[in-house]
Ligand binder design. Structure first.
Ligand code: FPP
Length: 258
């Protein structure tokens, strides 16, 4: 466990050498998904309101997006708001809903320059108009970018996503567009919000919690899982690279023997 000073120094270090970490550039996970957890506890530890943790967590989003881009990850999915998070107090929900707008107001220009493509998964219908408008603008301005896909999971729930898929498939069967016998894993996946993305190779969850919390349950079937005790606002590039390094030591067998 790194002490607070080391962590602070790491966070403020400008450049991190990937070679120094022994990261094999030929075996970088294509898709990294992160459950960003621990903002509230980070704030509580400091006697601050929970929203201070979320604001600080937004800074980590900037840093980890940069790190993912530097290491040439293709897709970075960040679980920013779950379908269950509406149960939180209204002022916290309101704050969280304003974060994408705040983040994109300062970051969109750099994301465009870095050739990053912004996307989202999740139900758009319940999102406030300012949240949607910010994401829509980012989506449009980065639509033709070919670098890292920064995919925000916002008002996302995996069970809802799968039920949507089941309903759409049933409709298509009824309309004669799909034969019942055609329904296989590939077809099912093509009805999910992630249809044109590879499944996550690596899932990271911060803050010491060991749960999936209704996140990409279908897509994570064969992902490597990596848990960190660090609260999300304290999570650094170094932690991210550590996760990738450990991923590179794993032997992925997908149920086979070798
Ligand atoms: C979970 O921590 C975190 C969230 C529900 C929100 C995550 C959002 C961010 C990190 C900012 C997102 C930024 C953008 C740009 C969209 P928690 O509040 O459950 O923490 P706790 O378990 O310690 O209470």
């Amino acid at each position: 466990m790194l002490d607070k000073l080391t962590r602070w120094m790491q966070k403020n270090e400008e450049s991190v050498s990937l070679d120094e970490f022994g990261i094999d550039r030929a075996n970088v996970p294509r898709h990294v998904a992160i459950i960003m957890d621990g903002n509230g506890r980070w704030a509580k530890q400091r006697g601050l309101p929970r929203i201070a943790g979320h604001r600080s967590g937004m800074k980590t989003v900037k840093e980890i997006t940069k790190a993912a881009d530097e290491v040439r990850v293709e897709v970075l999915t960040l679980y920013a708001f779950s379908t269950e998070n509406w149960k939180r107090p209204a002022d916290e929900v309101d704050f969280l809903m304003r974060l994408p707008q705040e983040f994109l107001a300062t970051e969109l220009e750099e994301l465009v320059e870095r050739n990053v493509r912004v996307r989202m998964v999740g139900h758009e219908n319940k999102l406030p108009s300012y949240t949607l408008a910010a994401l829509q603008e980012a989506r449009e301005k980065t639509l033709h970018n070919t670098g890292l896909i920064l995919n925000f999971a916002l008002n996302y729930g995996s069970r809802a996503e799968m039920l949507d898929a089941v309903q759409m498939i049933s409709r298509d069967v009824k309309d004669g567009l799909v034969e019942e016998e055609q329904i296989d894993e590939k077809l099912f996946a093509s009805y999910l919000a992630t249809k044109d993305l590879p499944d996550p190779d690596l899932l990271i969850r911060t803050s010491g919690e060991l749960r999936l919390s209704n996140f990409m349950l279908w897509q994570l079937a064969y992902s490597e899982l990596w848990f960190s005790n660090v609260y999300w606002p304290d999570f650094t590039k170094h932690d991210f690279y550590e996760a990738i390094k450990e991923y590179q030591q794993r032997s992925r067998r997908y149920g086979a023997l070798t």
